[in-house]
Design a protein around this ligand. Structure first.
Ligand code: EPZ
Length: 425
């Protein structure tokens, strides 16, 4: 088991390079199921979730080769098996992204149903409903969903909520369906749009990417492609907020400022100075005390739910009172109890957290409960007076590449130490 030991109260100063986006890399790995041959993926982040997804595809007889320059070659020629086992799916819910491509490519799929997770029930009813509308016959038994279809047919699918992975799953399935599929109320996240661009590079016919209506005209076959994964906007936002928490300044490189508009606006309102100097670089500094602002999570292009916990740290040390409302997931305040241990004054009222700023947080041992909560606790530790230990690093390593190393290089007093006992899975 490992934990981070952080001595807070030291301002940041330096440069951080952003890695490829986890939530783009995972659907892109799934999309390699759609065509036979070797794909080249560039800017693949070195994350636990990515290696879990690679393991899952190896179970389906894929082979992989990592080149010296970091490129990942994905050879899908061996594809034979159509089953995604529970022990991998339970570790990473994004495994459900193999469902649509497998049915489209092999005519059948057997995927373990992802359980709930710390942040909510996270059902996959939109994914299943969409496949049924496209003609798949589904059987749910013993914790698995089995889907069969000689060939999927185009359909009109309307999401109650713009679901990111449901949009991705069904967009991939629709690429090989007979006829045209229209997805209404589709997700507009940059990761969805970039997946669509990669599918078009593979020969798919897709219109409306980045809007709420995506139209896919099915084709008979797709071919492998080479694709560079977009930078991680949630990692970018996390480092912007690290400056909010610790003070100082950072130069954040290899990112896409245009993916960050809602976040940058909110952080400027909170008192951070944010400048865009070059197309892929954001300069951020905290010169004065933070101002309390209200936050309401939204689907893209609104304020992302994946940055809600990190923003709460800034509001915990801001001037007055802030209301943070989480409308995407029903249980994404698990970090509040841990922040309270560091001296934060936060009350939960339904879907909102009422955050009253305190003059400072104080270091203490805390335990991460989920991926973005772990990042929030690291930021809180940077802000707190004294030493904080953060446990549950298996959560952090799922979605952040070398976060401790990147922060240490920017002046944070942070180190990863091994502990005797085993990390709970
Ligand atoms: C994706 O999850 C991201 N994961 C999440 O990031 C992110 O928080 C989320 O989108 C929202 O932006 C990946 O892309 C791998 P949704 P996803 O379907 O697709 C409900 C992280 O930290 N819903 O957009 O699972 C659902 O319960 C992770 O990187 C249904 O009801 O989220 C939620 O309330 C956490 N039925 C809402 O829609 C469904 O079939 C939005 O969820 C699907 C979703």
């Amino acid at each position: 088991m490992e934990q981070l030991v952080i001595d807070g109260g030291h301002a940041l100063s330096g440069t951080v390079k952003i890695s490829g986006a986890k939530n783009a890399a995972l659907p892109m790995l799934a999309s390699t199921l759609l065509a036979q041959g070797t794909f080249r993926l560039q800017n693949v982040p070195n994350l636990k979730d990515v290696s879990t997804f690679i393991k899952l595809l190896e179970e389906l007889d894929f082979s992989f080769k990592k080149e010296d320059n970091g490129d990942l070659l994905v050879d899908s020629s061996g594809l034979s098996c159509h089953e995604a086992p529970y022990e991998l799916v339970r570790k990473m819910r994004a495994s459900v992204l193999v469902l649509g491509p497998l049915v489209a490519r092999l005519g059948k799929a057997k995927v373990a149903l992802p359980g709930g997770c710390a942040i909510g029930a996270r059902p996959i009813d939109f994914h299943l409903k969409g496949l049924e509308l496209m003609g798949a016959k589904l059987k749910l038994q013993k914790g698995y969903v089995e889907a069969k279809a000689r060939r999927l047919s185009g359909a009109r699918i309307f999401f109650d909520i713009p679901s990111v992975t449901a949009t991705e799953n069904l967009m991939m399935a629709a690429c090989l369906a007979k006829g045209t599929t229209v997805i209404e109320n589709a997700a507009k996240e940059p990761e969805v749009t970039d997946l669509g661009r990669m599918l078009k590079a593979m020969g798919a016919k897709i219109r409306g990417l980045g809007t709420e209506t995506i139209t896919i005209e099915g084709v008979k076959e797709l071919s492998p492609a080479q694709w560079k994964i977009i930078p991680d906007r949630i990692e970018t936002g996390t480092y912007l907020m690290a400056v909010g928490a610790a003070g100082g300044k950072l130069r954040i490189e290899n990112t896409v400022p245009s993916h960050m508009e809602a976040v940058m606006q909110k952080l400027r309102d909170a008192g951070l100075t944010i400048d865009i100097r070059e197309p892929d670089t954001i300069m951020v500094k905290r010169r004065k005390n933070l101002r309390s602002v209200d936050v309401r999570t939204q689907p893209y292009p609104g304020f992302p739910t994946d940055l809600q916990a990190q923003m709460m740290v800034l509001m915990a040390i801001a001037g007055k009172l802030s209301v943070i409302t989480e409308i995407i997931f029903e249980n994404r305040f698990m970090h509040v109890a841990e922040l309270r241990r560091l001296g934060a004054d936060i009350k939960i009222e339904g879907r909102s957290a009422i955050v009253r700023g305190v003059s400072s947080l104080t270091g203490a041992p805390v335990m991460a409960t989920d991926l973005r909560a772990s990042a929030c606790l690291v930021l809180a530790a940077l802000a707190a007076k004294g030493t904080t230990t953060v446990g549950g690093l298996h959560h952090l390593d799922r979605g952040y590449e070398k976060m401790d190393i990147k922060l240490a290089a920017a002046g944070a007093r942070i180190r990863r130490v091994a502990l005797a006992t085993e990390e709970p899975e």
